[in-house]
Design a protein around this ligand. Sequence first.
Ligand SMILES: CC(C)(COP(=O)(O)OP(=O)(O)OC[C@H]1O[C@@H](n2cnc3c(N)ncnc32)[C@H](O)[C@@H]1OP(=O)(O)O)[C@@H](O)C(=O)NCCC(=O)NCCS
Length: 186
Amino acid sequence: MDNSLPADIRPAAPDSARAEETDFGIREISVEETLALRHSVLWPDLPLSAVRLPDDDSGRHFGAFSSGSPTPIAVISIFSEPLPIDKPDATASKAVRFRKFACRQDLQGRGIGTALLRRIFWVAAAEMGAQAVWCDARTSSLPWYQRRGMCPFGDRFFKGPVEYVRMSIMADDALAEGTREYATRS
Ligand SMILES: CC(C)(COP(=O)(O)OP(=O)(O)OC[C@H]1O[C@@H](n2cnc3c(N)ncnc32)[C@H](O)[C@@H]1OP(=O)(O)O)[C@@H](O)C(=O)NCCC(=O)NCCS
């Protein structure tokens, strides 16, 4: 960082440098390790069994861990699943969907979710050969995903009381986002 410049025109610190400040790592985990956090952050009013997905055994699951913590502080799960038909330009034959993305409330806003999302972008595009990555996003999170390269498509819809919109990112953009994070963590 060039501290000779006034703060308002200094270039922003790279994401990797900002993420270092929070002292966490990312690794692949079992679905069982995701359940408590999925439940407490996403659907605390439903029984724990409600956050287990029928497809969980065919998915891959990733968690962020702070040093010394045996339980994840953020989780996300990915599944090979084609783009929904309501995407008008759904040309990607192979796509990866992410689901059940959650960061512990007291640790949100520290870059952990961004790092985890970028990791699965990388895994989906570089390792699984996905041409697109997509999700059902809570409408409240739409701007957050847009700032990470995703675009909304299709009609909005509800799951219970929560409004959702579908969002996607194509492989080249997912790789570019993923590259920003992958090299800095194991
Ligand atoms: C959505 C969610 C997973 C994001 O995780 P998170 O760890 O809070 O996200 P981040 O910290 O990476 O990003 C939040 C903000 O913190 C900022 N931030 C603060 N410190 C940061 C740091 N050290 N490094 C990077 N970003 C940092 C980011 O700029 C970002 O702001 P922006 O969106 O205005 O750019 C999390 O908020 C969550 O669990 N929400 C509730 C459940 C939910 O809505 N899940 C998604 C369902 S679709």
